[in-house]
Design a protein around this ligand. Structure first.
Ligand SMILES: Nc1nc2c(ncn2[C@@H]2O[C@H](COP(=O)(O)OP(=O)(O)OP(=O)(O)O)[C@@H](O)[C@H]2O)c(=O)[nH]1
Ligand SMILES: [Mg+2]
Length: 424
């Protein structure tokens, strides 16, 4: 059984970044998602974060007082703390447990992970996070993985694994091995699918934007079996595993649609690294559909965060449809509304909207091929290989600057290769 929701103070240093308020709102949401209750806030305007104690002088006493007054068990901070800051704050505030934004997100992921792969990925991320935070010469407190609730540093009463750095590294290596085996199995599945040469579309975007609902809506629109539906829920990080489904269009064309983990601002790099293989479906897609919660006042920041995260995952050069979802929650917005072939306003609950989204996807995937001429510099030779594998190449010549290729390409490839197009 879960304990009663622990009381939490949220806090942080405000460096006057434009997105600070939004990050703080989101921090409160993350705290709730971890089953905790926000009972107070402590913020400090500073020019730079204090290297020793995160907050500047004076703030610590205020926190002590507020924590006692509000009966707070945790202090959750908006940034990732350095190991030194964490340990200094721990000593200065012996009566509250300190958790940083990274520790909080890791705890939520640990709680939500159901599949073996997701659990192992989160474990690796947690171990990597804890490794530099072991006290020199001391012992580590490690939350046990699995059924336990997702509060890091829960204090006495929980099962504690006491591991030194060497055993943690050993543990990471073992988990990596197990993950590598799972990854081989998944890569094989992917290769089998690639052999069918079905185009692939991946839903990406912020957590809770409506990716899984969109997937389910499209499955339903095309009468796919109810058993193919994926989990959707109004909560942060409902989806941690990738699901891939085949969609059969009335025109007898088919494509693969994948749904995967959502993003959040300051997504810990440990997690991004750990989830790289889960996100491989997105990295190898022919088309990305970025689902955006258009009803959220911060949707523009969410788009920015999504694009930064995709860049961190080395996902570049894949054509994208911007799908502005939840239009039904905006009072004066008409939907469905197609603004361009890469941009629509819709609601994942509305069949007419889903039809429009599907029309955009199919147009980009299957519309008439065009014959185009490319000059690909020798340094970009991988694109020559790409064209030979994916397009019907009509001629290929070599000159001093690169390879000149005339090929019949899909609209998606035309966009992908636009930088190499020449006009004769
Ligand atoms: N009103 C309304 N609610 C929507 C719409 N699309 C999704 N939702 C709701 O938004 C919540 C989140 O939807 P999900 O599909 O689980 O979101 P997700 O992007 O898959 O989220 P994660 O898996 O956490 O990354 C659910 O409660 C959905 O019912 C929409 O168009 N309109
Ligand atoms: Mg989801």
């Amino acid at each position: 059984m879960l304990n009663e929701a622990p009381n939490v103070l949220i806090g942080g240093v405000n460096l006057q970044a434009t997105n600070f308020d939004y990050e703080v709102q989101e921090l409160a949401e993350l705290v709730k998602a971890n089953g905790m209750t926000v009972v107070g806030e402590v913020f400090q305007n500073l020019e730079r974060i204090n290297a020793g104690t995160y907050f500047g002088v004076g703030k610590i006493d205020e926190i002590k007082g507020l924590a006692a007054e509000k009966n707070a068990e945790f202090l959750v901070l908006n940034d990732e703390l350095t190991p030194a800051q964490m340990s200094n704050l721990d000593q200065a505030l012996p009566d509250v447990k300190i958790m940083d934004r990274t520790g909080l997100i890791l705890a939520i992921f640990a709680n939500r992970a159901h599949s073996r792969e997701a659990q192992l990925q989160v474990q690796i991320a947690q171990l990597r996070y804890r490794l530099p935070r072991l006290r020199v010469g001391g012992q580590a407190n490690l939350m046990q993985q699995g059924g336990g609730p997702g509060f890091a540093n829960r204090g006495s009463g929980e099962t504690k694994l006491e591991l030194n750095q060497r055993t943690i590294k050993h543990h990471i290596a073992q988990i990596r091995k197990e993950l590598a085996q799972l990854d081989v199995a998944q890569a094989t599945k992917r290769q089998q699918r690639d052999k069918q040469e079905l185009p692939t579309v991946a839903l990406v975007g912020y957590t809770n934007a409506g990716k899984s609902t969109t997937m389910n809506g499209l499955l339903q629109l095309f009468d796919e079996a109810p058993s193919k539906q994926v989990f959707e829920k109004d909560m942060l990080f409902a989806t941690l595993d990738t699901s891939v489904r085949e969609i059969h269009l009335p025109s007898h064309q088919k494509f693969l649609l994948s749904d995967t983990v959502g993003f959040v601002s300051k997504l810990p790099t440990q997690l991004i690294k750990a989830f790289r293989s889960t996100l491989a479906e997105a990295a190898q897609a022919d088309l990305l559909v970025q689902v955006i919660d258009y009803s959220d006042p911060n949707y523009e920041q969410m788009v920015q965060v999504t694009e930064q995260t995709l860049a961190e995952l080395d996902i570049h050069d894949i054509p994208m449809i911007y799908a502005y979802n939840k239009a039904d929650l905006r009072p004066d917005t008409k939907f469905p509304q197609v603004n361009s072939e890469h941009d629509l306003i819709y609601s994942a609950n509305d069949p007419a909207s889903l039809q429009q989204l599907s029309d955009l996807i199919t147009k980009l995937l299957f519309a008439d091929h065009q014959v185009l001429t490319y000059l690909v510099p020798y340094a970009d030779g991988k694109w020559v290989d790409y064209l030979n594998e994916h397009a019907s190449v009509q001629s290929q010549d070599y000159d001093a600057t690169g390879t000149k290729i005339v090929a019949s390409v899909t609209p998606i490839d035309a966009q992908r290769l636009a930088q190499f197009e020449v006009t004769d």
